[in-house]
Design a protein around this ligand. Sequence first.
Ligand code: UDP
Ligand code: MG
Length: 316
Amino acid sequence: MDISVVVPLYNEEESLPELTKWIERVMTENGFSYEILFINDGSTDRSLDVIKRLAGENNAVHAVSFSRNYGKSPALNTGFIRAKGDVVITMDADLQDSPDEIPELYRMITEEGYDLVSGWKKKRYDPLSKTIPTKLFNATARKVSGIKNLHDFNCGLKAYRRDVVKHIEVYGDMHRYIPYLAKNAGYKKIGEKVVHHQARKYGTTKFGLDRFVNGYLDLGTLWFQSKFGIKPMHIFGLLGSLMFLIGFIAVFVVLLLKIIAMCSDTFNFWVTKSVYFYLSLAFMVLGVQFFCTGLIGELITRNSAERNNYLISEEF
Ligand code: UDP
Ligand code: MG
């Protein structure tokens, strides 16, 4: 099979027939063997009935239906596990992404050897309240992830070599950072293609403004995981040592002040009156906490089933 099209959807009943027809047309025109995998993310409208009807009309249409709304990431992950095509293409269900991009995306993966090609909605048809924060968000993501050539991390339209989707796990809200996940898994050839974007034709967006707060928090998590995921003690141990060092210096200062006071005439120096006493206390406690966190982190990574999963590119 050449292509699996994975479509996560949540309450998109109006768009589905049009989208399916469009994908079918592109596929037959280009002679691709394909499947369309709808992942119904707990829709409460008639999306599931619509998909059932579409599947009856075309046996390339398959679906998985969640019993409740889990989110776009779990939907994509489920699609990735089931996808059979050599190239896997993800696409939003709301007709904002154009299936006409599929042949070129397919060509970039199979002929130019990209692991992942991400769409870039260079000209966007979204409200300003969305496009401006998105610019900021992408700039941060570029910096943190080190993937300097991507302008649009969260574009729903992406193409992958099958191997890639089988080696990444998208969870939580991490669909915003799939290129970063792929990079962390060891896939380096990540490209971009300018794609056509359209205003949402039916329904409304499924994401509110909290996307930006959560987006940044997730970026922090991913950064931490990629840097210290398998060696947490390296960061917590360093911070712990730093705290201890400050604590020891403070203790030393308190002792020195006490000794000076004892040697001089003004004998009445109480260490508890000195700010250094409290500094030493606070920093020692912090130091112990960092070390304990590091040790717990090490125990968790040691128990992780993933701890020795390495992506091997060649073997002789
Ligand atoms: N989606 C989903 N589960 C959710 C939210 C969204 O499967 O909990 C799907 C949605 O139906 C659409 C895609 O993810 O196919 C992108 O969502 P949307 O168009 O609302 O996002 P936007 O284009 O506004 O970023
Ligand atoms: Mg959309």
